[in-house]
Design a protein around this ligand. Structure first.
Ligand code: 13P
Ligand code: SF4
Length: 319
C-alpha cells in the first residue's frame, strides 16, 4: 500500500541520516526483511546477525528480532547504540532460564563445561563457558566431547537432546523449550509426508525429537534456506516459524512450501508456527525508535564483559 511505501521510505532516509543499519531475523515481518536488505543491512540467522553487527562500521544498529539478539549486539559492541522496535520482544527460552536458578544449577555441577544457547539473557551467557547458536552448536559440542569434556547444556531441551544423540556427548540438560517449535507434531507430520512423498522435510532443531527424526535437513534458519537452494526437490515441508517462507520463496520461486503441522490452527493456537515476540517488530515502531532514539538496549558492563568471553569463543571457533 501507499502508506507502507511511505513508511519504508521514511525509515530508509532516517537510517541514512543517523548512520544506522538494520539487522533483521528471518522470522520478522517480510517488509522489515526487505527493508534491511534494501538499505545495506542484513537479514540472517542469529550467528550471522551477531557477526554482521559486530563488524559493521555503523554507530547505531537497529535490531529487528528478539531481546537476546539486541543484547548480543550490545555485548559485542558496547560502544554502539543498539535500538529495538519493542523492548518486550523476548523468547520463551530466555524467560524459562532464570539467571539465579541457572547459576545454582551450574554450581551443583562444577565438573561440567557450561554451554548455553544464544536464546538466553546476558547474565546466563556471563555464567557460561561457551555460547552457541543452532548453526554451530553441534560442531562445538562434538569438539568438546573429543576433548573428554562433560557438558551442562541450557536451556533448550530439544536442541540439547538432538546434539546429545548426534555427538554421544555426556550432556546434562536444562528443560526449556521454544513455544513455537514445541508445537510441531511428529505423527501429523508423518501423515502429511505420506501424501507428499517427494517433499523434503526441513526442521529447526528446537523442534521435538519425533519431528527431528523425520527431517531430511536439520539446521539453523540460514541452513534451512540454503537447503531450499541446493536440494533437488520441488516441494518442502518446513518445521520452523513461518516468517522464513518469505526468504525461501525468494530463494526458489518455483518451489512449493508447506508449513509442518502443529497441535492447533491459528484460531486455537496463537503461537502456532509464528513467534509472538518476533511479531512485535513492525514498520511503525521501527520508525518510532529511529525518530526518538527510544528503546536502547543496555547491558550491565561487567555482565557484558563476561558474556562476551563465551560469545567470542563461538565466533573464534566458527571463523
Ligand atoms: P537461528 O539462529 O537458527 O536463526 O534461530 C533463532 C531462533 O530463535 C529460532 O527460533
Ligand atoms: Fe524464542 Fe522460539 Fe521465538 Fe525463536 S521462535 S525467538 S526460540 S520463542
Amino acid at each position: 500500500s501507499d502508506e507502507k511505501v511511505q513508511l519504508k521510505k521514511k525509515i530508509a532516509d532516517l537510517l541514512t541520516e543517523k548512520k544506522a543499519v538494520l539487522v533483521a531475523h528471518y522470522y520478522v515481518d517480510s517488509d522489515l526483511q526487505d527493508l534491511a536488505e534494501e538499505t545495506g543491512g542484513c537479514v540472517s540467522d542469529s550467528l550471522e546477525m551477531a557477526r554482521f553487527g559486530r563488524d559493521h562500521a555503523a554507530k547505531t544498529l537497529v535490531v529487528a528480532g528478539v531481546k537476546f539478539m539486541g543484547e548480543t549486539a550490545k555485548i559485542l559492541s558496547p560502544e554502539k547504540t543498539i535500538l529495538m522496535p519493542d523492548l518486550d520482544a523476548t523468547c520463551s527460552l530466555d524467560l524459562g532460564c532464570d539467571p539465579d536458578e541457572f547459576a545454582a544449577f551450574c554450581d551443583a555441577h562444577p565438573d561440567r563445561t557450561v554451554v548455553v544457547y544464544a536464546n538466553t539473557s546476558a547474565a546466563v551467557k556471563a555464567r557460561a563457558d561457551w555460547m552457541v547458536t543452532s548453526s554451530v552448536g553441534l560442531d562445538i559440542v562434538a569438539h568438546l566431547h573429543t576433548q573428554g569434556k562433560k557438558i551442562l547444556w541450557a536451556p533448550d531441551k530439544h536442541l540439547g537432546s538432538y546434539i546429545q544423540k548426534q555427538t554421544g556427548a555426556d550432556m546434562l540438560l536444562w528443560q526449556g523449550s521454544c513455544l513455537v517449535h514445541d508445537e510441531f507434531k511428529g505423527i501429523e507430520l508423518e501423515i502429511l509426508k505420506e501424501s507428499h512423498p517427494a517433499a523434503k522435510i526441513l526442521v529447526h532443531p528446537e523442534s521435538p525429537a519425533a519431528v527431528v527424526a523425520l527431517a531430511d535437513v536439520v539446521g539453523s534458519t540460514s541452513q534451512l534456506i540454503n537447503a531450499v537452494r541446493t536440494l533437488d526437490a520441488q516441494e518442502f515441508i518446513v518445521a520452523t516459524d513461518n516468517g522464513i517462507l518469505h526468504k525461501m520463496q525468494m530463494a526458489a520461486p518455483n518451489k512449493k512450501f508447506i508449513v509442518a503441522p502443529t497441535a492447533g490452527n491459528s484460531a486455537t493456537c496463537k503461537s502456532c508456527a509464528h513467534c509472538p515476540w518476533m511479531a512485535m517488530n513492525g514498520l511503525r515502531n521501527l520508525l518510532h525508535v529511529l525518530e526518538t532514539g527510544e528503546n536502547q538496549i543496555q547491558v550491565d558492563p561487567d555482565i557484558g564483559r563476561r558474556a562476551k568471553l563465551s560469545i567470542d569463543r563461538m565466533l573464534d571457533f566458527a571463523a
